[in-house]
Design a binder for this molecule. Structure first.
Ligand SMILES: O=C(O)c1ccc[n+]([C@@H]2O[C@H](COP(=O)([O-])O)[C@@H](O)[C@H]2O)c1
Ligand SMILES: Cc1cc2nc[nH]c2cc1C
Length: 355
């Protein structure tokens, strides 16, 4: 069945934005001195439609899938690492497991198309589209029907989640290739500028990866629209992520975007429904080449820049505590009036700012 794109309202709300800014400016601090945390508070206030927003039951969802292209040596690791890491997520030993536990974030892993049969257990959703995507050098990574099923799966699983914040994670050996292909195709970049080392290719291997990805783009020269590009260039986990992002945006959840691959799903979703971006908080700028360009294209201001390039939602989980902190500033910090603190002096306020 074709996937019906959800309605995503414009939530710019100039009146609420002005009230949020007024509230922030009246807090006992020099105007603007909480920097990006003030913009974060604004964004969460607008998404949740409140001057005193409360985040509750944050949910990390790790979308996993395998990639046919991985057999061509585009990753430093074998495809088996995908299922092995899924086991590690569920056993509680992966970075994202540790960080989610530490910060009280619920963790769900979704098998979107891993080449492995998992035993059922709590915390695992099996939404398998196939046993890994097809080799995108030979044909489309997935059919239109598979893409639409993945989009529908992503949307449906978000509907069942508690809370009002969704943190995006992913796992899939070879998925930096899919993300680079989507970036190059949908933003119009040369593939060499959109491609990096992924899990750790050396310089020579990155050049070989670029050569393969260039051939993939040539093979799918007609796949220029976002949904056509998504099917041709792949990623069952990326397609499921796109559906999840669209549904979360429709429901006005706060969407915390992890690294290069999670952002590639947001890129696709935003080309379908631009207002998706109003609901996104970009956790960090990944060390993966191409992510900085992708974020710049989306006019995104990431919270952290720590050289992370792990994926699996680790950067989103690390950035998470900043979000409830920004909400607490809005709700609990005293105003100048309430605390009896003197405001900026009128005379010096008019003078030019000191260098
Ligand atoms: O999120 C990122 O920015 C990121 C950057 C590089 C690698 N990764 C992770 O590494 C895997 C993909 O890398 P590769 O080299 O197999 O394409 C996949 O499991 C991602 O979660 C993730
Ligand atoms: C070990 C390992 C862990 C990961 N987590 C996300 N992507 C990954 C890739 C590898 C190789």
């Amino acid at each position: 069945m074709p996937f019906t794109l959800p309605v995503i309202d414009d939530i710019a709300q100039p009146e609420l934005a002005a009230r949020l800014q007024h509230r922030l400016d009246n807090k006992t601090k020099p105007v603007g001195s909480l920097g990006q945390i003030e913009r974060l508070a604004q964004r969460i206030g607008l998404i949740l439609g409140s001057e005193q927003p409360v985040l509750h039951d944050p949910q990390m969802v790790v979308f996993a899938g395998d990639h046919g292209l991985a057999a061509r040596g585009v990753s430093a690791y074998p495809s088996d690492v995908t299922w092995q890491m899924v086991e590690n997520f569920l056993a509680g030993g992966a970075a994202v497991s540790v960080l989610a536990r530490q910060h009280g974030i619920g963790l769900t892993v979704v098998d979107c198309g891993v080449r492995h049969d998992f035993a059922p257990r709590p915390g695992l959703l099996v939404r398998k589209i196939g046993a890994g995507t097809a080799d995108a050098l030979e044909g489309p990574a997935m059919s239109a029907a598979q893409r639409d099923q993945a989009l529908a799966n992503g949307a449906a699983l978000v509907q069942g989640l508690p809370g009002n914040a969704l943190l995006l994670g992913e796992m899939g050996i070879g998925n930096t290739s899919a993300a680079s292909l989507l970036l190059a195709r949908l933003v119009g970049l040369d593939i060499a500028d959109a491609t990096g080392a992924g899990t750790g290719l050396d310089a020579e291997a990155v050049q070989r990866k670029i050569g393969i990805l260039r051939q993939v783009l040539a093979r799918h020269a007609d796949a220029t629209e976002p949904l056509a590009a998504l099917a041709a260039l792949g990623g069952f986990e990326i397609a499921t992520l796109v559906g999840a992002v669209l549904q979360a945006a429709h429901e006005r959840r706060v969407i915390v975007v992890d690294g290069f691959i999670a952002t590639s799903a947001v890129l696709v979703a935003s080309q379908l429904r631009p207002a998706v971006l109003q609901r996104c908080v970009f956790a960090h700028r990944s060390g993966e080449r191409g992510h900085a360009l992708m974020l710049a294209h989306l006019k995104a201001e990431p919270l952290l820049d720590l050289g992370l390039r792990l994926g699996e939602g680790s950067g989103a989980a690390l950035a998470w505590p900043l979000l409830p902190s920004a909400c607490a500033i809005l709700r609990e910090m005293a105003s100048f009036e309430a605390a009896g603190v003197s405001r900026q002096d009128g005379a010096s306020a008019a003078a030019p700012a000191q260098a």
